[in-house]
Ligand binder design. Structure first.
Ligand code: NAD
Ligand code: UDP
Length: 340
């Protein structure tokens, strides 16, 4: 299939491009590089031998997106494009709503106009807010998001559900990611956050490489076995393969469906820091710090629906997550900047 990846130069999009190529598909990337850089395209070529078609486009720009679709002949779209920094979304909410929602509306218009029927959307476990119960099944209550970023995902899910109801040709898979971590085993593509990382694994790896003195563990009085927060970390290559597995399902169904992409296993912050140190034989000093506002005790998926509908389940474990994160970080201490 010829698959448009909006935001395809980003962390999850680049890994998905590689897995699509491995599975015989043709990804086409559309990205404005607001949180990525074109060097990613060279890295994808190094890994796969394939030069990916790429377009520098703001997905909110309706005219340019129309032009892209006019000649694109896409069989499906995976919509990764979006701003994703939780803290920043609290400071500049309007930009988050505008970018994430406008890009989706523009995309849906173009898909309708050009008869592109299959849409896979990057949603998030953040739509569950404070989990009603654990593990989270897709029918658990959503809403109660603790930041504007989370609300954009909640709202976009609803927009896509409504669009799929109104357009009997549209098929949408709303993938609710848990916590993506890790990198391609080659160490050539990975997560490249700008500034001080907000997320746990990039922070741990910057401590390990010496860019930060220690990890602050936000809270050790949560209602979890060791008191630190528990999350469902999923290797980004597994996550990318979940998108590949979603394509035939999407193409053979109509309407919209929500599917969790997680492993079903929760690890605590302390377990993650200790596993990283053990697997990579490198110290990860940490200190306890106050809770981070908006954080919840624990969050992990029930992954059964993905297995039933997509025939997909996560294959890679904690060891690979820690090993591949470190392999990427140590080979690219400054991310894609100063690329070698
Ligand atoms: P990322 O920032 O690495 O990738 C997003 C890409 O979208 C970037 O390359 C950015 O330049 C591009 N982009 C942003 N706005 C755009 C626009 N208007 N037009 C064109 N391109 C635009 O993020 P990621 O981690 O790869 O996340 C991909 C998607 O998955 C996002 O929608 C994110 O919200 C969602 N998601 C991510 C996580 C996570 O922890 N990484 C968890 C749940 C959901
Ligand atoms: N966390 C932490 N220190 C950090 C970053 C994160 O203790 O520097 C904790 C955070 O409180 C949460 C877990 O690590 O319990 C995962 O946080 P992350 O931001 O990676 O993902 P979230 O689940 O919040 O989307």
């Amino acid at each position: 299939m010829r698959v448009l990846l909006t935001g395809g130069a980003g962390y999850i999009g680049s890994h998905t491009a590689v897995e699509l190529i491995n599975a015989g598909h043709t990804p086409v990337i559309a990205d404005n590089y607001s949180n990525s850089c074109p060097e990613v395209l060279n890295r994808i070529k190094e890994i796969t031998g394939v030069e990916v078609e790429a377009h520098e486009i703001d997905m909110c720009d309706a005219e340019k997106v129309d032009k892209l679709f006019a000649t694109g002949a896409f069989d499906a779209v995976i919509h990764f494009a979006g701003l994703k920094a939780v803290g920043e979304s609290v400071s500049i909410p309007v930009q988050y709503y505008r970018n994430n929602i406008d890009s989706t509306l523009v995309l849906l218009d173009a898909m309708t106009k050009y008869g592109v029927a299959n849409l896979i959307f990057s949603s998030s476990a953040t739509v569950y807010g404070n989990p009603e119960r654990l593990p989270l099944t897709e029918d658990c209550a959503t809403g109660g998001c603790t930041n504007p970023y989370g609300w954009t995902k909640y709202m976009i899910e609803q927009i896509i559900r409504d669009a799929a109801k109104a357009n009997p040709n549209l098929s949408a898979v709303l993938l609710r990611y848990f916590n993506p971590v890790g990198a391609h085993a080659s160490g050539r593509i990975g997560e490249d956050p700008s500034g001080i990382p907000n997320n746990l694994m990039p922070f741990i790896s910057q401590v390990a490489v010496g860019r930060r003195t220690h990890l602050s563990i936000f809270g050790n009085d949560y209602n979890t076995p060791d008191g630190t927060g528990v999350r469902d970390y999923i290797h980004v290559v597994d996550l990318a393969r979940g998108h590949v597995a979603s394509l035939p399902y999407c193409a053979s169904h109509k309407g919209s469906v929500e599917i969790n992409l997680g492993t079903g296993t929760g690890y605590s912050v302390k377990e993650m820091a200790e596993a990283f140190a053990r697997v990579n034989d490198i110290p990860v000093p940490y200190q306890y710090a106050p809770r981070r506002p908006g954080d919840i005790d624990a969050c992990y998926a029930d992954p059964v629906k993905a297995k039933e509908l997509l025939g997909w389940e996560a294959q890679l474990g904690l060891e690979e997550m820690c090993r591949d994160t470190w392999n990427w970080q140590k080979n690219n201490p400054n991310g894609y900047k100063g690329a070698n």
